[in-house]
Design a protein around this ligand. Structure first.
Ligand code: CDV
Length: 309
């Protein structure tokens, strides 16, 4: 039986503060229709796909940001997206800001089966940025103000004939993310990102360097865990703030096999052969044979650095 999953990475261009969820969902449906025309089984959208990247805006009263959050999924704004996915028999993944019935806030992404069932939910673990207004920065990045760290770990799910995992944006820079997914035999990792093209604390770190770090992280994560990776940007200039593109699909060998070179709405499609993950998993990255867990204690026992005396 073929284990080829044809994946569409569906990049969204900028979403302005005043753009409605309904307008964004229409754009997502257009991308999904194109993905269907190109034979995709799964369409992957970015982090916080339904709104502008609102953590750049400081509100003294955190509750003023609550209107960017979704209280249920699907909901009135996204119902048509779920309906179209069901019509196409297409699985999908997208990110959104989640507020739970208990009032907890998370940066979340979901995996949705071809029949519209939500199979997987992931809540971003590695929240970058800060939680108070920081006048030293060229722009704010207040994820730590508006979200709690995810409480679900890094699960993986059986889906589309393989093992699929998710992470979100900054998570891709952390080898711990990839290895926890790798230890579940993940064959496809999908992730969305919103990455400002300049470091808010180091102006000299611009687009070129940031793109390098982005691809370095994805390619290392893919190779070292022998998994496909689909990484999808929200790109372009949102209310004067530039987000880089860099949407791409990476093979289990760590090679970029498809990418988008612009910053607008658009898709790139690739047939991902899940069996291509087997060689790496059975040889150089056969974890059971080669990992030396007796030496890895500090990875879970300490967060910060302890230098030698
Ligand atoms: N949305 C993000 O998590 N962005 C971070 C930026 C702030 C560095 C990222 O890792 O791309």
């Amino acid at each position: 039986m073929s284990r080829i999953v044809t994946v569409a990475a569906a990049q969204l261009g900028a979403i302005q503060k005043d753009d409605s969820r309904q307008a964004v969902v229409r754009r997502m449906i257009d991308l999904m229709d194109e993905a269907k025309r190109q034979g995709a089984d799964l369409v992957v959208y970015p982090e916080l796909a339904l709104t502008t990247f609102f953590p750049r805006w400081y509100h003294e009263d955190r509750a003023e940001a609550d209107h960017w959050f979704e209280r249920e999924m699907p909901n009135a704004a996204t119902g048509s997206l779920f309906a179209r996915a069901r019509e196409h028999g297409m699985a999908m993944s997208f990110g959104f800001a989640e507020i739970t019935p208990e009032g907890r806030h998370f940066n979340t992404s979901i995996l949705v089966e071809r029949d519209g069932t939500i199979t997987g939910r992931y809540r971003k673990v590695h929240l970058p940025g800060h939680d108070e207004h920081d006048p030293e920065r060229t722009h704010q990045h207040l994820e730590k103000r508006y979200f709690e760290p995810g409480d679900l770990g890094f699960p993986a799910w059986r889906m589309l004939g393989g093992v699929v995992g998710m992470c979100i944006c900054n998570d891709r820079r952390w080898p711990e993310t990839w290895r926890v997914l790798g230890l579940q035999g993940v064959e496809l990792v999908v992730l969305g990102f919103n990455t400002p093209s300049v470091n808010s604390q180091k102006g000299a770190e611009g687009l070129e360097k940031r793109m390098f770090h982005h691809k370095l992280s994805l390619q290392a994560g893919a190779y070292q865990n022998s998994t496909w990776v689909v990484a999808v940007a929200k790109a372009g200039t949102e209310d004067g703030h530039h987000l880089m593109g860099g949407t791409c699909i990476v093979s289990p060998d760590g090679e970029i096999v498809a990418e988008i070179a612009h910053e607008d709405d658009g898709i790139v499609v690739h047939p991902c052969d899940l069996d291509a993950t087997i060689f790496g998993k059975e040889t150089i990255f056969d974890f059971k044979r080669h990992r030396r867990i007796e030496h890895y204690g500090p990875i879970t026992a300490q967060a910060g650095v302890i230098t030698p005396k």
